[in-house]
Each structure stands twice: as C-alpha cells, then as structure tokens.
Design a protein around this ligand. Structure first.
Ligand code: KG4
Ligand code: ZN
Length: 363
C-alpha cells in the first residue's frame, strides 16, 4: 500500500499555475511519450511528442504478440522520454505530473508504462495519474488547430472499440451504442488478413481500396436499420471470406474491388449510425477519434453528410489518430484542469486491461 502524501488537484481558476505533464502510452503496439503544458484554463499545448511503432516487429507474426510488445516497450520508453524532454527543452525536474495509460489494453504492455511512470514519479517526488486510453482518443481532437467545444457526440473507432458516446464535458461520458462483436478496426484488420494484405490491415486495405470500386460487391451492412445505435461487424469478415472463395483464382485481379467494397460497407454503417446519434441527442457537433478515424473515405463521407446537416466534425491531426503519448498527456492535463481527478503521490499502481469508458463518469 502506498502512502498518499499529497495530492495535486487543479481547480477551474484563471490564476491556475503552469503545469507540465509527461504522458506515457504503452497499451498495445506503440510506445508513445509526450510533453504537454497547461496554463490556466486554456486548452493545453503539446510541446513535444515521440513515438516508436512496433508494427515492423509484429508484421512477421501477422498480429501483435503481447510478450514481444511488453519487452519492446521496456526498451523504448526511457529513450523516448529523454527525447521529448530534450525537444521540449525542459529538464525532467520541471515535470509536474507523470501520466500513463492505465487501461484498457494488453496487461503486460500497460504494466511497462505504469511501472516506469510511477518509478519516475517516485524518484522525482511528483504525482502520477493513470489515464483511460479511450478518453485519450476522445480528447485528442483538442490537440488540433480547431478544437471542439462541449457537448458533442463522439464516434470512437479503434482496433478494439467501436462506440458512440455523448460527451458533455471532461469525464462526462454517456454510452449511446457500441459494437456487439468486432470493432470497426478489427473488421478492417481481419478482412485485410483474409485478402493477404498483412498487418495492420486498416491502412493497407484502405490504400488498395483507392484503386477499386466500392459498389463492385454487395456486402452486408449489419444492424444498419436496427433502430438503435449498436454495431455488428463480425458477419462482414465472413461475407468477405465467402466472396473471396467465390472469386477463387480471380481474387488477385479483383482484390482492389473487394477491398473497396469492404471499406464502403464499414464506412456506410459508421456514417449512418453517427448521424442517427446526432439526431437522437439533438447535438450539432461530432468528434471522430481512434485509428479508423484516419480513414480517408470515412472522413470524406462524414464531412459531406455533416455539411448537409450543418453539423461540425472534428478530427485529431492525422498523426494523432492512432495510439500516441500526446493524447494521454492531454487527457491527464484536461482532467486535472477540470478538477475531475487528482494526481497522487501514491505509487502503488495497477492496470485495467478491461475498463469501460462510461465507468469514468460513475467514478
Ligand atoms: O486507435 P488505434 O491506433 O489502436 C487501438 O486503440 O486499437 O487503432 C488501430 C486500428 C487498427 O485496427 C487499424 O487497422 C485501424 O485503426 N486503422 C485504420 C486506418 N489507420 C488505422 N483503419 C482504416 N483506415 C485507416 N487509414
Ligand atoms: Zn488506441
């Protein structure tokens, strides 16, 4: 049991002092470290950001190997921390809070970031704060040049999650709908794997889709007319498998068409359900976050549909759609600014491999 010596809690006050947050992300196959500065109640600013992607290492296995991921995070996290401190021109001693991803994610991988963050905090005598990975994604558009304003509907589309949330403020998240089986990113990844496109499938499939016809094959749009805001993508990969089987030797020549048709099916469902969520809540702002938010067709279709309805859409910068340390430092800074959480000098940490985002609102 750690001893809580002192807590750092930032209240909404224009006199709030400057706060430097070091953020560490290690939930899956990217080690990300970033330095964010918060001044008063202004939107925190990103000073430096460094990332090491393990994609190349996992490619040989066709997916993430958790044990290898953890070991690589161990190798990368301190050199990346040194890099951001040097790029941000701040000595380690200036860091006020060390933030880390507490979950959800791979347990071993999370433990690396949590362990290093708490060790740094203990060595510096500075408080630490565990962040929800999806809250990081959700708040990542605040790092863009055009940050959103609350309230908004958020479409969270990552490798492991597909959710629509109503967001009324930092820490105030209401789940409107989510996938009942595979996530949108998983649908991209699994379909790409079936087509022999390698890992990670999303970017590879969407690149190939640019040369194909999205209307070439009729693939299912599950739960499109379900009347609720849930998603289901598991049937799509089966339909892709069946279609690939039917094509047989012709698959190679029609792969771009199959990729484009798969992408069109996923994107149509995401766009229609997002619009339904906007309609159900009466809100006029949409925030898209998570790796699939980098998809060009999704962005184009959402922009067009929202334009027609006078709805503003906000995205993170393309480089900050997939996992990174900036979103973790940012979420920590915003939680402290909003006064919804305290950073603590208790260094006994745990991680939460499974952790629903809506649980944050009940905390
Ligand atoms: O948010 P993220 O980096 O990691 C998780 O928290 O899961 O999302 C990764 C997911 C993967 O499924 C990847 O294939 C997908 O995002 N992705 C894309 C694109 N870029 C990444 N999917 C479709 N189109 C893209 N351009
Ligand atoms: Zn993520």
């Amino acid at each position: 049991m750690g001893i809580r010596v002192q807590e750092l809690r930032q209240h909404r006050s224009p006199k709030l002092r400057r706060m430097l947050v070091l953020g560490i992300e290690s939930s899956c196959d990217e080690t990300g470290v970033a330095l964010v500065e918060a001044r008063g109640t202004a939107v925190p600013v990103l000073l430096a950001d460094a990332l090491h992607s393990q994609i190349e290492m996992h490619q040989a296995y066709g997916g993430v190997v958790p044990e290898l991921a953890s070991r690589d995070h161990i190798r990368r996290v301190l050199p990346l921390s040194e890099k951001v401190l040097s790029e941000g021109s701040r000595p380690l001693a200036d860091v006020d809070v060390v933030a880390y991803t507490r979950g959800p994610g791979l347990a071993g991988a999370l433990l690396v970031g949590a362990g290093v963050a708490c060790a740094l905090g203990a060595a510096l005598g500075k408080p630490v704060l565990g962040v929800h990975h999806l809250e990081g994604h959700l708040l990542s558009p605040f790092l863009s040049a055009d940050p959103p304003a609350f309230p908004f509907v958020a479409l969270l589309v990552s490798g492991g999650h597909t959710q629509l949330m109503r967001v009324d403020g930092v820490g105030s998240y209401e789940l409107l709908g989510e996938t009942i089986d595979d996530a949108a990113g998983e649908a991209f990844d699994k379909s790409a794997k079936l087509m022999g496109l390698g890992y990670p499938g999303g970017p590879a499939l969407s690149r190939l889709a640019e040369q194909g016809d999205g209307a070439a094959f009729k693939l299912p749009r599950p739960l499109l007319h379900s009347g609720n805001l849930d998603f289901s993508f598991a049937g799509l990969k089966t339909a892709v498998l069946v279609q690939a089987g039917k094509l047989g030797a012709a698959l190679e020549a029609r792969k771009a068409d199959l990729a484009a048709s798969t992408q069109a099916a996923i994107v149509e469902v995401l766009v229609k359900k997002s619009l339904a969520a906007l309609q159900a809540t009466g809100l006029e702002r949409l925030v898209v976050a998570g790796g699939v938010g980098a998809n060009r067709l999704l962005r184009a279709e959402l922009n067009a549909a929202c334009d027609r309805r006078g709805v503003r859409v906000h995205y993170p910068e393309l480089a900050l759609c997939t996992d990174n340390g900036a979103m973790i430092a940012m979420a920590a800074a915003m939680r402290l600014q909003a006064g919804v959480q305290s950073a603590t000098r208790s260094y006994a940490f745990d991680v939460k491999p499974r952790w629903p985002l809506a649980a944050l609102s009940q905390a």
